[in-house]
Structures are given as C-alpha cells and as structure tokens.
Design a protein around this ligand. Structure first.
Ligand SMILES: [Zn+2]
Length: 308
C-alpha cells in the first residue's frame, strides 16, 4: 500500500494568510492557523517560508491559493492584485521550498474544493460562481480544472450581456455581466430604477439621490417589502439568471455552486427551476457553497496533490 500524501494548503488573502494540511479527498486534517498578510513582498516570502518550514516534515507538496491570474507553470501570479503589496507579481513561489510549490487562482481553488468536498461532491461537471463586488467563476469537468490556453478561463464577470453599450463597467468596457449581476450590479440596478421606475416615488428611499443608493439599501428595502426595492432586486435576479442560463448552455454542468457575500440573497431553488425551464441542455442543480473560508486551502491542497 502506498503511503497517503498530504499537501500544505495556504490561502493568501488581502488581510490574512490561512493554512492547514489537506488530504487528497479535500479534508483538512490539521488545525487551521492564521497570520496577518504582511505589507511587503519580502515579508510575504519570509512568512510563507516559515509556514512551510513549520509543516515541512508532515507534507509532500505545497498548494497556494491567490487572487489574480496565474501562469501556466503555476509558479507566479501575473495579473494585478490590488489587495496585495506592489511587487507581489515578482514572487516565484517555486523557490520558497525544495518541495514542489503550486499556486492557483482562488476561484479555481474554490471550484475544486466544492467539487471534492463541498456542495458539488459527487457531481461530474461543476460550475462555480462567486458573487461579490465582481463575479468570479470556475469549472471542473470530469474531475479536471478547466484552465483555458493560458490558465485564464472562466472570467465570467466579463461576459457581455448586452451589445448596445448600456452600462459602463469598472474595467472600462461596457455591459460586462458583473456590472449588472454582482453587488456593484445591484447598486447599478438601483440607480437605473430610481431614475426610471414609478415605484421610486413612493419608496422609503425616495428622498435619497439615486447615486447615493447602496446595495444594502436595496436588500434592506426588500425585507421591509418596499415595492421599488423589490422591483430593483427582481431585475438584479433576472440579470443573474440570464448569465447562468448562458453558462449552463455552454458548459452543461450538472451542478452550479454559488458563493460570495451576495449569495445569501438568492433563492437557489427558484433559480434552479427557472434555469431548467429555459436551458437547452440537461437539467442542473443549483447549490450554495459549503467550504466558504476553507475553499482556498482545500482547493489549493487538492490541486497541488494532483501535481506529484
Ligand atoms: Zn468589465
């Protein structure tokens, strides 16, 4: 019998670095430890080296989860990472240990974590959507991460849902899905609604300037049964639905997992019914993510174990 192998799963976040030892089934078999994310590149390297040294004898490989696009060799983060120090892209993670160090994008880690040991366990093709200020995505197909030619696939937030330049996106282009269906998108829906819906005149927010409306105002107003907020919210849900139907038609997943700060506002059972009514491919299950703040560690650990 071959000895089971273990990975050190490390999640590099903007405010903290979390780590734990992960097995190939996606279980964290140690305590999870946390340390604040240092403010300089050198301190980040030193911190990661110390974390690896502390666990060196117990692990076979190191998996890192990070924001940003990752190179094909899984050694560097290429794109800008606004929450991490300048120069972060210069780190060659493979030099941090003589054991193999594998870095992967956090959305990709998250979908692998949900597939292995979360809401999508037992499904074959899994699409994961993370809804926060933007929208991130990942796909696992038949157990394999779908990475694209350069590892940048599933930039679903940048998928265009209109062709007539209605809404400028924070990326500088027009009509990206995330400018309609993310947290920022809900606010954009509110601003549009305040200028165009009659219900705003009788809303609890009628005295606010449209540009001052927040995402929280709308979710709060829905709870208070405000007709304007409900119409804005339903429009936002419709934009969410439109993107999910397109992605279902493209990937034919048997499970969609939704995560992120905005996911608790979505009625996934209703969303599942609506998608299955509309899609041209076979039915899909829609679920809320389960691995949450463990997703980066689990996904990075599992993916690293596949490399050795
Ligand atoms: Zn955009």
């Amino acid at each position: 019998m071959t000895k089971e192998k273990y990975a050190l799963g490390i999640d590099i976040g903007g405010t903290k670095i979390c780590y734990g030892i992960v097995d190939a089934s996606g279980n964290i078999i140690s305590d999870v430890k946390k340390t604040p994310t240092p403010k300089t590149v050198q301190e980040i390297k030193d911190t990661l080296k110390n974390i690896i040294d502390e666990n060196y004898d117990k692990i076979d490989v190191v998996g890192l989860s990070s924001a940003g696009a990752v190179n094909l060799e899984n050694t560097r983060v290429l794109s800008s990472t606004p929450n991490l120090p300048a120069g972060y892209n210069s780190i060659d993670f493979s030099t941090l240990s003589d054991k193999k160090v594998y870095v992967e994008n956090d959305a990709n880690c998250a979908v692998m974590a949900e597939y292995k040991n979360g809401a999508a366990k037992g499904f074959r093709t899994v699409l994961m959507i993370t809804i926060g200020t933007g929208i991130g995505g990942g796909v696992v197909s038949e157990g394999k991460l779908f990475r694209g030619s350069r590892g940048n696939a599933l930039e679903v937030g940048s998928m265009k849902i209109f062709a007539d330049k209605r809404q400028k996106c924070t990326c500088g282009r027009y009509d990206c899905w995330e400018s309609y269906a993310s947290g920022t998108g809900l606010r954009n829906c509110a601003i549009y609604g305040a200028k165009n819906y009659d219900e705003f005149k009788t809303s609890i927010f009628k005295d606010k300037s449209p540009d001052d409306l927040t995402t929280y105002d709308i979710t709060d107003g829905v709870e208070k049964n405000d007709a304007f907020c409900k119409r804005v919210f339903n429009q936002w849900i419709y934009y969410m639905f439109v993107g999910l139907v397109s992605l279902t038609d493209i990937f034919n997943p048997d499970c969609i997992v939704i995560s992120g700060g905005m996911c608790r506002f979505i009625d996934v059972e209703q969303m599942e019914k609506d998608i299955n009514k509309e899609t041209v491919v076979t039915d899909v299950k829609v679920k809320i993510a389960q691995t949450e703040n463990r997703a980066g560690m689990i996904g990075a650990g599992v993916l690293a174990l596949e490399q050795i």
